[in-house]
Design a protein around this ligand. Sequence first.
Ligand SMILES: C[C@](O)(CO)[C@H](O)COP(=O)(O)OP(=O)(O)OC[C@H]1O[C@@H](n2ccc(N)nc2=O)[C@H](O)[C@@H]1O
Ligand SMILES: Nc1ncnc2c1ncn2[C@@H]1O[C@H](COP(=O)(O)OP(=O)(O)OP(=O)(O)O)[C@@H](O)[C@H]1O
Length: 290
Amino acid sequence: MNSITEKAYAKINLGLDVIRKRPDGYHDVSMIMQTVNLHDTISIKKTKFQSVTVRSNLYYLPTDRRNLVYKAVEVFREHYPIRSGLNITLNKRIPVAAGLAGGSADAAATLKGLNRLFQTGLSLEELMQLGIKLGADVPFCLMMGCAHSEGIGEILHPLPPIPDCKILLVKPDVSVSTKHVYENLRLNEEISHPDISSMIKALKENNLYALIPLMENILETVTIKEHPIIEEIKGLMKSKGALTALMSGSGPTVYGIFDNKLKAKQAYDLFKSSDWGYQVILTEPYSPAK
Ligand SMILES: C[C@](O)(CO)[C@H](O)COP(=O)(O)OP(=O)(O)OC[C@H]1O[C@@H](n2ccc(N)nc2=O)[C@H](O)[C@@H]1O
Ligand SMILES: Nc1ncnc2c1ncn2[C@@H]1O[C@H](COP(=O)(O)OP(=O)(O)OP(=O)(O)O)[C@@H](O)[C@H]1O
């Protein structure tokens, strides 16, 4: 085998709670993650040289070791020396710095691709152990589907997926740093924590309508204060028929959940036709084949 192509899927957080700040500066979380049917594509080709080159369709993305694809190659190489060089082509469709784990998904797909290309035979668990070195969302991006995530994101318990629905993603043109959002979260007495246990129960019962009112993201308290446009998009989505609308991850992407395809398409058309400069994508949950 000389080359391989992998798909790198985006995620949304159906629920996101932060439990405590850890001595290492990271935070213990309790989150419900769901893969969505939106992916980047990564092609990895062996070359007879030693160098690794990454190319992407987005001129503004770094292609050196600041790119998570490049970093994933380095982490893989530290553990499993590979002699050939690599030409990697990254076709991005997941909005960048959006709260959709685009970079983490690319890192996960790169690890998977290298494991297949070089037939290193690593198990999913072993890949996940490499993945956590690259970012807190990478283990989930390797596992995919739906999961309850704890620790800093590396402890994963698989769950049944969110019941069939349409998911509208709207990313406003504002930039958010995940580090900044965590650093500015104030875990005081007044803050409302999502009821993650009840969300798990609703998912196990395949009950979309029990799940919807429970969906909350504690990081909204930081990002929405700085970018009120997020609250406006949530309001507009709900007024257009979304059962609920929530920020994903540290933001700024807002997603709306629809049980009605026509309403979802109408809301998509509204956001898309506006000149607000949003990135707008209509998608659905994605579960990998078993
Ligand atoms: C917001 C989420 O996307 C929700 O899924 C994740 O919790 C963040 O995952 P991620 O972007 O892969 O995170 P990383 O790249 O590992 O970390 C970025 C920064 O976020 C903060 N961070 C991240 C994860 C975590 N559990 N606690 C944190 O405090 C740290 O300051 C870190 O420097
Ligand atoms: N392959 C990549 N794809 C996207 N961004 C990348 C990649 N590699 C490095 N980056 C850098 O990482 C930063 C965050 O991008 P990313 O799209 O992963 O954010 P995100 O969707 O908010 O992630 P998360 O939801 O995990 O917090 C960007 O500023 C970008 O320059």
